[in-house]
Design a binder for this molecule. Structure first.
Ligand code: SF4
Length: 385
């Protein structure tokens, strides 16, 4: 995500938003395999059928996120990977309610048992920064250049916690210590800090109101590898120390393996595979995941680097069949006609592909209540914009 965003501003006028979208038939109707099923008290986040459309200036629309389902336990760290434009950052901004006015959103986002998108901005505002916070790509863009770091970290405390000046100041110093920044730097301006220090300050700002869930969008972009490793280590230690759940968006697969316990792979606005980190990289089930892994440089093995032929599809038009089919060396006839759905195979691995015993039908099995499940992207979905 680039560009200057006021991270504490309300996203869009949404008090007049319509009623919540009807949840689509999806993985919610299909009990996940035991290892992916968290006890309700451990469940922090459930995303069901999340869709995001952008209205285009010249007419038409872009369907950027196409029915994403995600689950996260308390304190769990999930990596979200995929090529540029696959919808990772857009999905995070939708969870924060920080999409521009040209976006429409549908789906359910259940945070700690409450649907925080049910009434658009009205229902998400009490949770933004207090329960779910975000670290933006490029810390320089997230800070106001004419305010000190300390002032900016204190801002969410003044806005959302109504702390006195002295109490906010004490909390700022506590947060700076937590992320490893000397207290004296509170009076510095963003341009006076190194890139790594700025990113730490951005993390401190996101943690100001003690959220349960931190969304980190490419938090190590433009940092050198040593500083990148330090920032990633910081995220892991904060997650463990504070019991903080984390969603890390990154193009950098080695960085994700350093942080995430589970990884979800996105392609063309959909999650195409989700698995524990080791399983996903050692035995990818989806051809796109396998291609991403093969395209990752390995300094310890002198294997030739491969690339993925072609380019992701345009999301301006309705996609037919599997979105990855034009680039997939293993495509079959069924792939061109029927979009595979994210489903668990006999081993409990979740992926959306007609190969490897996955997605044997283009519709999910009937839900427990007997209602037929529907393909992602073909169901009626009520929008909020
Ligand atoms: Fe390839 Fe078919 Fe699987 Fe799509 S569904 S990834 S085209 S094998």
């Amino acid at each position: 995500m680039s560009g200057s965003i006021d991270p504490h501003a309300a996203a869009s006028p949404a008090d007049s938003l319509p009623a919540p979208a009807t949840p689509r038939a999806s993985l919610a109707d299909q009990p996940p395999p035991t290892e992916y099923r968290a006890a309700p008290s451990h469940q922090l986040l459930e995303v069901r059928g999340l869709h995001v459309w952008f209205e285009l200036r010249g007419g038409g629309e872009l369907h950027a996120v196409r029915g994403v389902d995600l689950d996260l336990r308390r304190g769990e760290r999930l990596g979200l990977v995929g090529e540029s434009g696959c919808g990772k950052s857009t999905a995070l901004l939708a969870l924060m309610g920080l999409l521009p006015a040209s976006a429409s959103v549908a789906g359910e986002v259940i945070l700690d048992g409450r649907d925080i998108m049910a009434q658009g901005e009205r229902s998400i505002r009490p949770h933004r920064w207090r329960e779910v916070a975000m670290v933006f790509q490029g810390a320089m863009n997230a800070f106001n250049p004419v305010r000190t770091i300390g002032w900016q970290i204190a801002e969410p405390l003044r806005r959302h916690r109504s702390l006195s000046r002295a109490a906010a100041r004490a909390r700022v110093l506590e947060l700076l210590e937590l992320v490893g920044i000397p207290a004296g730097r509170a009076e510095r301006y963003p341009h006076e800090l190194s890139g790594g220090m700025r990113q730490r300050a951005a993390i401190a700002m996101a943690l100001a109101c003690d959220p349960k869930l931190l969304l980190a969008d490419e938090p190590t972009t433009a940092l050198d590898v040593m500083v990148q490793a330090q920032v990633l280590e910081l995220l892991v230690s904060l997650s463990e120390e504070l019991g903080l759940a984390l969603v890390l968006v990154s193009h950098d697969l080695p960085a994700v393996t350093q942080v995430a316990e589970r990884v979800a792979v996105m392609y063309a606005g959909e999650v195409v595979e989700c698995a524990f980190t080791g399983e996903l990289f050692d035995t990818p089930r989806h051809p796109y995941t396998a291609a991403l892994v093969a395209a990752t440089p390995d300094l310890l093995q002198a294997t030739p680097l491969s690339s993925i032929p072609g380019a992701p599809p345009s999301l301006r038009s309705q996609l037919q069949g599997c979105a990855f089919a034009p680039r997939c060396g293993q495509r079959m006839q069924i792939c061109e006609r029927h979009p595979p759905t994210l489903a668990a195979d006999a081993d409990g691995r979740l992926f959306a592909c007609h190969l490897n015993g996955g997605s044997p039908h283009h519709t999910l099995p009937p839900a427990p209540g007997g209602q037929a499940a529907v393909d992602s992207g073909t169901q009626d979905t009520e929008r909020r914009s």
